[in-house]
Design a protein around this ligand. Structure first.
Ligand SMILES: NC(=O)c1ccc[n+]([C@@H]2O[C@H](COP(=O)([O-])OP(=O)(O)OC[C@H]3O[C@@H](n4cnc5c(N)ncnc54)[C@H](OP(=O)(O)O)[C@@H]3O)[C@@H](O)[C@H]2O)c1
Length: 259
């Protein structure tokens, strides 16, 4: 019943060097996409939390990360076709438009991918500051719903972003993925936040969770990495486990049996 699973060790002095990043890219290679389970783009979600389950410290996830976590974050971006982020997370965490990363140029070209992933925000209210820098790029997509305030839609379109309505009163995430599929953005990376993750879990759209356990106890009352409506349990199984010199544990959880 029990077996000891050995974790692969990565060294934190070398996390920025191309060879280490390529090894990480090998560990985090996307499986067949579109997903054989859902027929839609493969949805990978990436989160960090403390050992005791806090998704933030002082309101942000940054304190929980370390060099290895940043290397994994960079690698996952290097492999994705589209980055999907809840608007609040994007603004709170100051997420920027992904730029082409020299380390992954050849890999992306070999896979027929654009030099950098698309950046896509999810928001019902469109309550995003119009001067939020990624909006100025027409490549940035904002997925919203038909009932979103008209003036906000106009403001964000005037800022430069492409606005797409999916659903009437809430953002229909299945429709979002259909649009991703139509655009051949089959390798989806969701970088949070917890509300968006909770919605993806509720819709049973999560193929994979890349989870970093930060070697700290946070206490306090920070939320978990997912929150939203109650759902049936979604079985997952561990696919890869990595550790580093700083004590972080990186686990890739993929769809488990019976889903
Ligand atoms: N530990 C980590 O790895 C990690 C990762 C990411 C974020 N975080 C933290 O999480 C916190 C933010 O949490 P949060 O739950 O508020 O973030 P969130 O998932 O970004 O959710 C809120 C935002 O996303 C939009 N949204 C989410 N789900 C939606 C859905 N199903 N349909 C339509 N819009 C949807 C909301 O739209 P509206 O604009 O309409 O409200 C809102 O702008 C921040 O403190 C951030 O630092 C932690």
């Amino acid at each position: 019943m029990f077996s000891e699973r050995k974790a692969t060790h990565i060294t934190s002095e070398s996390v920025d060097d191309p060879a280490s990043l390529h090894r990480l890219a090998d560990c985090y290679r996307y499986p067949e996409s579109p997903s054989p389970d859902t027929g839609s783009p493969y949805v990978r979600v990436n989160f960090v939390s403390s050992i005791d389950g806090a998704a933030t410290h002082n309101g942000k996830s940054g304190d929980l990360g370390g060099p290895g976590d940043r290397a994994v974050f960079r690698t996952l971006r290097g492999l994705a076709d589209v980055i999907l982020v809840g608007a609040r997370t994007a603004v709170t965490e100051g997420y920027r438009q992904p730029q082409p990363d020299d380390v992954f140029t050849d890999l992306r070209r070999d896979h027929g991918q654009a030099p950098a992933p698309r950046f896509a925000l999810v928001s019902r209210s469109l309550n995003i500051p119009a001067d939020y820098a990624p909006l100025a790029d027409a490549g940035t997509v904002v997925f919203t719903c038909a009932s979103a305030p008209h003036d906000r839609r106009q403001a964000l379109a005037a800022a430069g972003a492409t606005i797409m309505a999916c659903g009437q009163d809430t953002v229909d995430l299945k429709r979002v993925l259909e649009i991703c599929g139509t655009n051949r953005w089959n390798r989806v990376l969701c970088e949070g936040g917890p509300s968006l993750f909770g919605s993806l879990i509720a819709a049973d759209l999560v193929d994979e969770l890349c989870h970093t356990t930060s070697p700290v106890l946070a206490g306090g009352d920070a939320g978990r990495i997912a929150h939203g409506p109650d759902t049936a349990l979604r079985p997952m199984r561990p696919e890869t486990t990595l550790t580093d010199d700083d004590g972080y544990i990186y686990t890739r959880w993929v769809r488990g049996p019976g889903r």
